[in-house]
Design a protein around this ligand. Structure first.
Ligand code: ATP
Length: 477
């Protein structure tokens, strides 16, 4: 359906980034495993986000709360009641769809054919009907828009039903259902229930934030588009607690800071846009998505939400524990308002991977060939440098090993001596290694190496003694 996206998925698998989960058993839908280079890239993404939040903002601290939480958490947060997606089945193909996604895709069709007004009207209408939970009218709209199932080609639809996205399991050995607990569908609630613990023990003063990285689980109805929508994924969330009335100011600040961050990690400005929500979640008074232009269109990567005091207030009500803060500056007690930034680590991975994937024509005349490489920001690249002796003799491997050992304490570097130097360069290009260090006969004489730059393929001579500081400088933000 989309050859570029197919190439990206194939590349991710072939070069050790992402595999379908339990592939020898035909895989598990919407669940994926990260290979050696994928695991490194993901780790680098998390580290960068974590450092941005907790190190470059003196008013943000970290947290690592459990996946399992007391079941009342999800009553208070509204997830049991309303963490639903409207689903619809096609009676002929028996395929299940998200009713809202069918309508959004139709709107995108209008937009692509230049009819922006029709697209906007449809989106607005969809939003209104969903907000009113008028599921019959949602079905009527799907039929009126003549939306057909791509598999059966018919518009033979069932009614629309709400489907709760939380996975549940049993805690302990009780079989009467009383031990039912959920796998968290977002990491945010672990932050809310720990709000006072963190505030008191880390001696924080409002405004301050709590950042967390962790797994979340959603029983998504439509599981498509590779790691864009997964059933097990990782979130990086930051809840920023502010004085009531100051939330819009912080909301705008975080929106701007987060957009800047996406540009700083190497995403082109024209591939990013902000999308303000018309339909707000039950807890929000303002919400905006940072969207990236994936090969399948502009889609959400990160959400910035002004959540009001909804969460803390409901937890206070349900738990009967005061979740108030005494603000010494104004001498008042209040429940803080919250502005959150919520980004999916896997979705960020996909964005970076799509944006880095380059297929360029090089050479001239009949010698034109395609060069594929990953133009990842050097700070995120899984392997920072490859040490490559030109030949396997004359003491070059020993010299190469010596350089490799001197660098591996500081960076993820690799040493390779098999195959021609050209083939080894290509292999590193394919996994996005920013520097290849060739060890040749001259190295033995004057302690210099050739350093080849991934993006330009240009080479320069550099003293071995300068390698570490050069790589350090080039691979940091
Ligand atoms: P969507 O509209 O795509 O379902 P959402 O609005 O429900 O997403 P949030 O609840 O705001 O998403 O979650 C915050 C972030 O978590 C999203 O911006 C996205 O990056 C990530 N995320 C949410 N659901 C998934 C998923 N199923 N797989 C991967 N990442 C996800």
């Amino acid at each position: 359906e989309n050859t570029l996206f197919r190439d990206i998925i194939a590349h991710a698998k072939e070069y050790g980034f992402v595999y379908p989960s339990s592939e020898i058993y035909e895989g598990l839908q919407a669940v994926y495993d990260y290979g050696p280079y994928g695991a490194e890239l993901k780790k680098n993404i998390k580290e960068l986000w974590w450092n941005t939040m907790t190190r470059f903002n003196d008013d943000i601290v970290g947290l690592d709360s459990a996946i399992f939480m007391h079941p009342d958490t999800w009553k208070a947060s509204g997830h049991i009641e309303s963490f639903n997606d409207p689903m619809i089945d096609n009676k002929d193909s028996k395929k299940r769809y998200r009713a809202d996604v069918l309508l959004e895709e139709k709107a995108a069709e209008y937009e692509n054919s230049g009819d922006q007004e029709k697209a906007d009207t449809l989106l607005k209408k969809t939003g209104q009907l969903l907000e009113a939970e008028d599921l019959e009218a949602v079905r009527a709209l799907i039929i009126a828009e003549d939306i057909k199932c791509p598999i059966s080609g018919t518009a033979n639809w069932t009614e629309v039903r709400q489907f709760n996205l939380m996975f549940s399991t049993q805690m302990g050995s009780v079989s009467d259902g009383s031990g039912k607990i959920y796998l968290r569908p977002e990491t945010a609630q672990g932050i809310f229930v720990n709000f006072l613990n963190v505030q008191k023990t880390a001696r924080m003063k409002v405004p301050f934030g709590i950042a967390q990285i962790g797994k979340a689980f959603r029983n998504e109805i439509v599981a498509r588009q590779f790691i864009f929508r997964m059933r097990e994924f990782e979130q990086m969330e930051m809840q920023f607690f502010v004085r009531p009335g100051e939330e819009m100011e912080w909301y705008e600040k975080w929106r701007d800071m987060r957009l800047k961050w996406h540009k700083a990690i190497g995403i082109a400005s024209e591939d990013l846009r902000l999308h303000e929500h018309e339909k707000l979640a039950h807890y929000a008074n303002a919400a905006v998505d940072v969207e990236y232009k994936f090969p399948f269109g502009f889609k959400e990567v990160e959400g910035i939400h002004s959540r009001t005091d909804f969460d803390l207030k409901s937890h206070q009500e349900v738990s009967k524990k005061k979740l108030q803060y005494f603000d010494p500056e104004i001498g008042k007690n209040y429940i803080p308002y919250v502005v959150e930034t919520s980004v999916g680590c896997d979705r960020l991975f996909l964005m970076l991977f799509c944006s880095a994937f380059k297929n360029e024509e090089v050479g001239e005349g009949d010698k034109i060939k395609t060069r594929t490489y990953l133009k990842l920001h050097p700070a995120l690249a899984p392997v920072k440098a490859a040490i490559l002796p030109l030949t396997k003799k004359d003491g070059l491997p020993e010299k190469g090993q010596e350089i490799y050992k001197s660098l591996k304490g500081a960076f993820n570097v690799v040493y390779e001596e098999a195959a021609s130097i050209g083939k080894r360069y290509t292999r590193q290009d394919l996994i996005g290694t920013p520097f290849c260090i060739a060890v040749d006969h001259q190295t033995l004489e004057d302690e210099t190496v050739t350093i080849r730059h991934r993006d330009s393929t240009e080479q320069e001579r550099m003293p071995v003694s300068e390698l570490e500081s050069y790589i350090m400088k080039s691979t940091s933000f």
